[in-house]
Design a protein around this ligand. Sequence first.
Ligand code: WTA
Length: 631
Amino acid sequence: MIKSLSQYKEDYRKSVEDPAEFWSEYSKSFFWRKEPGNILSWNFEDPDVKWFFDGKLNITENIFERNKKNENDTAIIWEPNDPNEKNKELSYSQLFKQVCSFANVLKALGVKKGDRVIIYLPMIPEAAISMLACARIGAVHSVVFAGFSAKSLSDRINDCKAKVVVTSDGNYRGNKTIPVKDVVDEALKTSSSVKSVLTIKRTNSKIQMVEGRDYWYQDLIKSVKNYCAAEMMDSEDLLFILYTSGSTGKPKGVVHTCGGYMIYSQYSFENIFQYERGDTYWCTADVGWITGHSYIVYGPLLSGAKTIMFEGVPNYPTPSRFWDVIDKYDVNQFYTAPTAIRALQSYGDKYVDGYEFRSLKVIGSVGEPINEEAWKWYYEKVGMRKCPLVDTWWQTETGGIMISPIPNVIDCKPTYATLPLPGIQPILLDNDGNEIKENNREGNLCIKFPWPSILRTTYGDHKRCKETYFSTFKGYYFTGDGAKRDDNGMYRILGRVDDVINVSGHRIGTAEVEDAINQDVNVVESAVVGYPHEIKGQGIFAFVIINNLKSGYDYSSSIRLSVTKHIGPIAKPDNILIVPGLPKTRSGKIMRRILRKISSKEFDNFGDTSTLLNPEIIDLITSLYKDKINK
Ligand code: WTA
């Protein structure tokens, strides 16, 4: 573990001078059935990246068998949505048995190495258990956030041709009960690859069970053994697919493979959180996102850590819930998102004042840029001005944290993710692809060398992977983010430079939302942009043209319903403006930068509009929006 600045510098130097040697050295502490013969081969043109090639391993053997001497340590603490319900604690040996049982149930359903399993679950221990069970038998898991709609779920099932869906009879979230199994039933009307649905009892909600397709997990587990031998995986075999939004088309399945992901999730976890045995670590993310994969499940469990899984939401039953949980378990490392911080800050300090947070050693932030005000509040009220605040920048595609302070090693600086971890080689490029060598200039953030957990492909469509990440700037991985570097080499992430909106830390493609809006029969055309939002970071603003506009009709509700149905409530527009037209260039492209300005209430200096076919539309839209604000 990196413990000093000089060690960081030394490790960083080694990782750049001889990356293969650096990672080969680190990989020696893992349990390989067969040592890798070739540490790294790569090119960013095809792209084709292989780490620890022809090594054989199973990631779950590195969680359980490798750490057997500590099998009585607590692995997972599960804190339910309702604080009055009993929590659960699972030791490594108990977790191992449950993973094996689950793996045997999947096998009994005919799941084999390489088959895809969709996990559509609330934050219950079975979410982690089912992921690990897949990994145990070499099945590829694809977790879908349980807030996505039936249509989104069905698209993902169809894209990866999943054989099994794992779900629950319902999902508690704050004071709501969400009928997740009904969503699965709906999704399966348009998905034919699924042979079985494995349902876990959680809410005892009344649900339909389809004979021969739907099974209760609680029934099947009775007839299986609680040991399952690990499937031998090649380092480059698929571990999981996680769907994420981009600037065009449907969400794509980001592919991570066994060896590299294992190495880097443990490495980054240990260093960023400086986890010591006996500590209690809590990441508030949902396992449906990459943060949950790498920093609730894989990173912590590979490191033998005690990791909390929280089923609830930050403001239920009160906006003190996070602080109560930290107190209850004496949490040492706490990792959450800026949107949660801003929301909790907005309820007022009375909900946080009075807590001493003596156990906390490190606090972290992830998912979106953290503004200075939220940074300071978090640092003062929760970190008590003593805990390093690690602002961690990374992506679904990077698999693990890329740029972040290391507690007590690299100084924290508000709104800066600071320095790259060893092995990570960032570079800033201008729009023509030239390197920006000077400091304090904005550029496109790219990475020039592979790290172990870089995405390998987008499932079923390698061309798309190449086009999205490796074509904008030849020879580099393009992150889609803008950044700048200060005189100390520290990076500040400025947000997306493409048509992706980051709403409450969730990535949403504008094209996807437009598609969903356009499904509403009243809609002729729409354009969606992100605008600054106090709590969510960015909000979704939709400019919509309606066919045969009638007064008195509630078009907004109908549009929001369409988005909820096609994507899920997280993508619902915050602001909808009905407009007579959209600013378009002569070639028919929507000039989004104008809409972005209007949505941010910047009503002048629109820059060069000479290529617009209909420049008069700017004034029209502006006055419509001003009228709406003044209403
Ligand atoms: C944004 C989440 C600023 C960024 C782990 C990135 C951040 C996208 C930060 C990836 C941060 C993530 N500061 N921006 N610390 N962390 N982002 O794939 O725009 O859900 O490209 O992965 O979130 O989102 P994703």
